[in-house]
Design a protein around this ligand. Structure first.
Ligand code: URP
Ligand code: ZN
Ligand code: ZN
Length: 465
């Protein structure tokens, strides 16, 4: 048996704030109290520190084959970088290949991830071809594999996109077995039309990635998805929502009292479309932020912060999907060939704290709610994960709210040669991270190896938030 005592910290959860000690035995929190007297193998003094639950990032893409290449973080480098940033668990995406089964895809993804993760992880299953065969696999995914969330794409036509007929069929099946549908909600046909138009006009720079996915493409698809969720009664979750139009579609849907959750990502709260340059510049620098949906306007950032406080935006994730500069250059002469995605897995919590809590945009409890607790609740892991409570996994982040530091590709741990936040000065730093009762990060070093990270089987979706 091993034990750890964390003393004198300020423990903050989604709904509580107390100065107390935490006693951990093996993987689990055993006691929370004032002046715990038990002797432990290791004692950590957390005086002056915030003690948060470990972060959960429910939207990452590690070693994902995509757009003719693969995202550059492996399961090892990605989950380790996540730990450096206080995120103890991630949910990655398995992508079914059209014409193949869900189990074929799961086998391929396990081949890359098994015994290679440093931090804990789970999978969403992306269904790209819903048919009689895949329909019959849904129950086993949920009940045998503990994969309870199914991703759908309303865009990336010809590769990942499903049509509305498949979407409705999948929703019915997933609902029957107690799962949830995630969606990339943008209108693939409209986007394809605009890409084609810009190509014909010889407009090839990263700016035209942004212009080929205007707000309406997301608002329309989000509204359509909300209607389908309402019709089928299946719980739904919109990933990486970016803009006012899309959030207003959700706002309307919530008046029908339906089960629709919303995620935004840290970049949509902090960065805007001015990074794509202007039409004349032809600058390729903007490729760093080529992602789908693209960055939006300042008014959309304001809408998203407000949406968090209104309880309409439930989760802040990253959609971490890094590509090296060399990989981004695949689209040097054509924006549609730039691999979509950006690196953020390591900085989500520190950025959200510095820009959100410190700047008075959200409370410290909202911070925990959207970054730790709601992902655990929505995706069937609460209260084992996502909070600090007796009986929960001892996934704990000890955080200095006052330490200032700079983000840079020179110091980050993600396997990518640029930072989307190069030179940003932030306040608040991850100091010590525990994963299931083991010290994972201490003194800027990772103390655990690949293989320590466990695949977490999740429960059926019954929790409301
Ligand atoms: O640009 C993005 N978002 N890349 C990853 C794939 C996806 O759509 O989430
Ligand atoms: Zn997406
Ligand atoms: Zn994604």
């Amino acid at each position: 048996m091993s034990s750890i005592l964390i003393k004198n910290g300020r423990i903050i959860t989604a709904d509580s704030d107390q100065h107390a000690d935490i006693y951990i035995e093996n993987e689990t929190i055993k006691t929370i109290g004032i002046n715990i007297a038990d002797k432990a193998d290791k004692e950590i003094d957390a005086k002056g520190m915030f003690v948060f639950p470990g972060g959960i990032d429910p939207h990452v893409h590690l070693e994902m084959p995509f757009m003719g290449t693969s995202s550059s973080d492996t399961y090892e480098t990605g989950t380790r970088a996540a730990l450096f940033g206080g995120t103890t668990m991630v949910i990655d995406f398995v992508l079914q290949k059209q014409g193949k089964t869900l189990y074929d895809a799961l086998k391929e993804w396990k081949g890359r991830s098994d015994n290679n993760c440093v931090g804990d992880y789970s999978f969403h299953m992306a269904v790209t071809d819903f048919n009689e065969v895949t329909k019959n696999e849904i129950k086993d995914m949920i009940e045998k594999e503990g994969i309870v969330s199914f991703k759908t794409f309303m865009a990336y036509k010809g590769a990942l996109m499903v049509d509305d007929r498949q979407m409705i069929g999948l929703m019915n099946e997933v609902k029957k077995h107690g799962g949830l549908i995630n969606v990339h909600a943008t209108n693939g046909d409209m986007i394809d039309f605009l890409i084609d138009k810009f190509h014909k006009e010889g407009k090839m720079s990263p700016l035209f990635h942004y212009l080929s996915q205007p707000e309406v493409t997301e608002a329309e698809a989000s509204g359509r998805f909300a209607d389908m969720i309402n019709y089928t009664g299946c719980p739904g979750y919109i990933v990486h929502l970016t803009c006012e139009g899309a959030l207003n579609a959700v706002r309307n849907a919530t008046r029908r009292n339906q089960n629709l959750f919303v995620e935004t990502c840290i970049q949509y709260l902090l960065l805007d479309a001015s990074l794509y340059g202007n039409e004349k510049s032809g600058d390729f620098e903007g490729a760093k932020w080529v992602m789908s949906p693209p960055l939006r306007e300042k008014k959309d950032q304001a809408t998203l912060w407000a949406g968090i406080n209104q309880g309409l935006v439930n989760v802040v994730a990253t959609d971490h999907c890094p590509f090296t500069w060399e990989q981004k250059l695949l689209g040097k002469n054509d924006f549609a060939k730039i691999p979509n995605g950006h690196p953020a897995i390591e900085h989500r919590l520190e950025l959200l704290f510095s820009e959100g809590v410190n700047k008075g945009k959200i409370t410290i409890h909202k911070f925990v709610e959207v970054a730790c607790t709601n992902p655990a609740k929505i995706f069937g892991m609460f209260p084992r994960k996502g909070t600090i409570a007796v009986g929960a996994d001892a996934d704990i982040l000890i955080f200095d709210p006052n330490e200032k530091h700079k983000l840079s590709a020179k110091t980050h741990h993600m396997n990518v040669d640029y930072s989307a936040y190069e030179g940003w000065e932030i306040t608040g730093k991850v100091k010590t991270v525990l994963l299931r009762g083991k010290v994972a990060i201490e003194n800027n070093h990772c103390q655990i190896d690949k293989g320590f990270g466990k695949f977490i089987k999740r429960n059926k979706v019954t929790q409301t938030i």
